[in-house]
Design a protein around this ligand. Sequence first.
Ligand code: MG
Length: 385
Amino acid sequence: MTGGNSESNLSLPTGVAVRGDGELTRRAHAEPAHAYRTPFARDAARILHARAFRRLAGKTQVFTRLPGDPLSDHFRSRLTHTLEVAQIARTAARALGLNWELTEALALVHDIGHPPYGHAGEKALDRALTAHGLRFDHNLHALRIVTWFEARYPAFPGLNLTLGVREGIVKHSRDYAASEHPELAEYFLDQFPPLEAQLIDLADEIAYLTADLDDGLDSGILSLEQVRAGVPMFSRFHETALASFPHAAPRLHAYEALRRVLNAFASDLIEEVRRRMTALGAKTLEEIRRAPARLVGLSAQMETGRAATKRFLYENFYNSSDMEEVHRHAEQVVTDLFQKLMAEPELMPEDHQAQIPAEGLVRTVTDYLAGMTDSFTEQLWARTR
Ligand code: MG
């Protein structure tokens, strides 16, 4: 048994874990091995030390500040969401005997390509680009960041991440057709990614569904009655919490219910991956890559619970009337600023302007805008109106 997995209950054949010294550790620019750290551990550290990673602290998850209350400061940002995803993904990877260092690197990088203002910002940016025959895709933008923009090393452009981490970035929550993306040829587009990468999509969903119920309740946009009526899993665990701790403060009952929801999703995920692996009899990474479908998922029953929770959040939180003004403002700011920078590229810093000949004006403006935090975007917009 290897030291890294000593705490794990290894029920999966170790052949399916991505090797810490195999093909997927290849970098575009070869580097000597590190004395103490595996290539994937080094990648996790490079991401953690990147400027784009730090900026996640200033980017919206659902909202950074409560609408109408600029002093609220404890809601999730993309950074804290990212750390929650890493916690869940790491637990699952270790329980499944996978390469948790690769999983951790992928969790830390999974949202690094998100523009300011969450999905409203992304929608506005995509719409602005569509008018120029282009699209905004946060996975491909993340790949541009780690491959080019993060200039931290004199020896090579970007972070020079391993092939395994770059493949995971490309395949986060979607698959690209090889025929439409010849530039992505090295990422095994006709195959599924390793389990380590597949885990991130579900860890992401589990993290944000439970966290957004928490922030929704905390902000008062969602009421306890509403969540109990709309999310059966929550309601069940809330009943249990009331019965087990009849004298606890009401908000502790809600926290306890959410904690149990999260745990139920994560445990089900781990068990379902084990079940699917056993059913398929897959013993190698190659078999996972060529399986009939992605092997990471929830059981049928918990998948129903996941879909219901997500639907509830869309209807009552993300698309609620409380959020309308927040989204409208975000879309306005991003749209205005995009047009402004297109008309006056000299408003961009010189290192960005220098990209125009190679990347074109539209892509350069997009890269600059997508990298901004919410508050930077807001200030630049206010200053250039
Ligand atoms: Mg995410």
